[in-house]
Design a protein around this ligand. Structure first.
Ligand code: FPP
Ligand code: MG
Length: 308
């Protein structure tokens, strides 16, 4: 079995809920797809650093539970209707069941860390969730505003970078490595690149591949990198007038989305993501060159070139 297949199996086996509806809601998300990048990175980092990757599987699965919990909650907060090509869990099972299943998954993740990890790892992942939740609050509080690049990176480092940082650090700690700070930084930068591409796909992705409609961020009044990078060329006042509208029309959003693409916002975003990835590749050279590192490098390339 490949590491991906092992992760996929344990993802379902380790959840162990007593209530059928919790299982149904969780399986609904797992069956919808997902790339399992976080558990794979955890397992592969452990292997790269000379540890037994098998031991990292429940830890990687715990991190994927945290990720899934955050998506369940995020879709309720965003009032999102579609994810992974189908109705969101909040639409199918209702907000209450979606939030509570997220709570269960987050608790099960920490519980797995008590069984298979240690206090230091629990410190890392719980702090990552503190960062994620606060970044989400910061993002919400800035809806309707044209935020600066600096603020944008503060938000994405928290909402996405911190969990990627945890994957790398926990994987390394599982192998007994002491270079965790560097691993954390690799994860933060990889998460940054991942979120930049996520935000690019919100402008110019193929909804059949991403499973999410385009233009959502603008519709929600969120300024992300593609827009921020060309804001001067488009004009701040016009942008703010669209972002601040309570119910902007599809046409208004579409015309701003097209302007961002015409002005090169999506290309600038991919370039920015590639810059982060170059740093990641440079930092990775400090770690042993083996099959696990090769696999991590494949994931890294996928992150910037992906269409889903
Ligand atoms: C998706 O962002 C959301 C996140 C990356 C993080 C969400 C974090 C929380 C809700 C706080 C942590 C909570 C728990 C229970 C661990 P997005 O809306 O930009 O992406 P999307 O287009 O995929 O929705
Ligand atoms: Mg969302």
């Amino acid at each position: 079995m490949s590491w991906l297949e092992r992760v996929e199996k344990e993802l379902r086996d380790l959840l162990e809920p007593d209530i059928r509806l919790v299982l149904e809601t969780a399986n609904y998300l797992f069956d919808g797809g997902g790339k399992r990048l976080r558990p794979l990175l955890t397992v592969l980092t452990c292997g790269m650093c000379g540890g037994d990757p098998e031991k990292a599987i429940p830890l990687g699965v715990g991190i994927e539970y945290i990720h899934t919990a955050s998506l369940l909650h995020d879709d309720v907060v965003d009032g999102a209707e579609e994810r992974r090509g189908r109705g969101t869990a909040n639409r199918v099972f209702g907000n209450e069941v979606a939030v509570l299943t997220g709570d269960y998954m987050y608790a099960r993740a920490l519980n797995l860390f008590t069984q298979h990890g240690n206090m230091e790892m629990i410190g890392i992942v719980s702090r990552a969730v503190m960062k994620m939740a606060q970044a989400q609050v910061l993002e919400l509080s800035r809806i309707g505003d044209l935020i600066s690049e600096e603020e944008y990176f503060r938000i994405i480092d928290g909402k996405t970078g911190a969990l990627f940082g945890s994957c790398m650090a926990v994987g390394g700690m599982c192998a007994g490595t002491t270079n965790n700070k560097r691993l954390w930084e690799i994860g933060i930068r990889l998460g940054r690149a991942f979120q930049l591409i996520d935000d690019l796909l919100d402008y110019a992705g193929d909804a059949r591949k991403t499973g999410k409609p385009v233009g959502n961020d603008l519709l929600e009044g969120k300024a992300t990198y593609p827009l921020i990078s060309v804001a001067k060329r488009i004009g701040a006042e016009y942008i703010k007038s669209v972002l601040r509208k309570q119910n902007p029309s599809r046409d208004e959003v579409e015309s701003l989305r097209m302007k961002v693409i015409e002005e090169g916002g999506t290309e600038l975003t991919r370039e920015r993501a590639r810059e982060e990835i170059e740093k990641v590749q440079e930092f990775l050279k400090d770690f042993p060159s083996n099959d696990f590192r090769d696999e991590i490098e494949k994931i890294i390339n996928f992150v910037v070139e992906r269409e889903l």
